[in-house]
Ligand binder design. Sequence first.
Ligand code: CA
Length: 234
Amino acid sequence: MTLSSPGIAQIPQILIVEDEPAIADTLCYSLRSEGYAPEWVATGEAALNAVGIDTALVILDVGLPDLSGFEVCRRLRARPDSPPVMFLTAHSEEIDRVLGFEIGADDYVLKPFSPRELVARVRVILRRHGNGNTTSKAATETLQLDEAGARVKWCGLPLPLTRFEYLLLRHLMGQPGRVFSREQLLDAVWGNERDSTDRTVDTHIKTLRAKLRAASPEADPILTHRGMGYSLQP
Ligand code: CA
């Protein structure tokens, strides 16, 4: 595993939107000690003003004193370059809404949370959005297509893929960096055999990612493009 040289990678800016100072303090401390640059605001309006082009992630409390976290997320999503959003919620019954189509958050963390777990999940989201502060080798260097053997090797070892996982990964590898919509992937990979929905693509991406991670814990070469689809890291 290669680590990025310090000073070269840009430090990801993370906006914390949380009205309880004690929680915000804990979060700022944990994120800073992991090399991120956290900024804290306590209201929804302040969050909408603070999110900028450098914001790599918003950690958003649902219960804020002015706007609800849901409303803040909705307004952020209306912007062209809306950053990923991770919700903090105290109520497990809000989770379906948080992750559902209406809000469409990237992840959530239930309060009370372990800062360590939260930071781990921040890392995953940032990496998925091509913004991690750990640089893995370019995917094309470490993924090798063996068409004759109908398999893909990761760091020299064959991945244990199902047929559709193999076909999906092969398709993404055909044009690294290109974003494919779920529809395009369904057509290309499932073709006539599709009795399936967009969920089919998501499910296979999920198992592919899990298998890549099992082969190498830092491996996450597949990027999610919100509202658009997936690509392989160029
Ligand atoms: Ca709150």
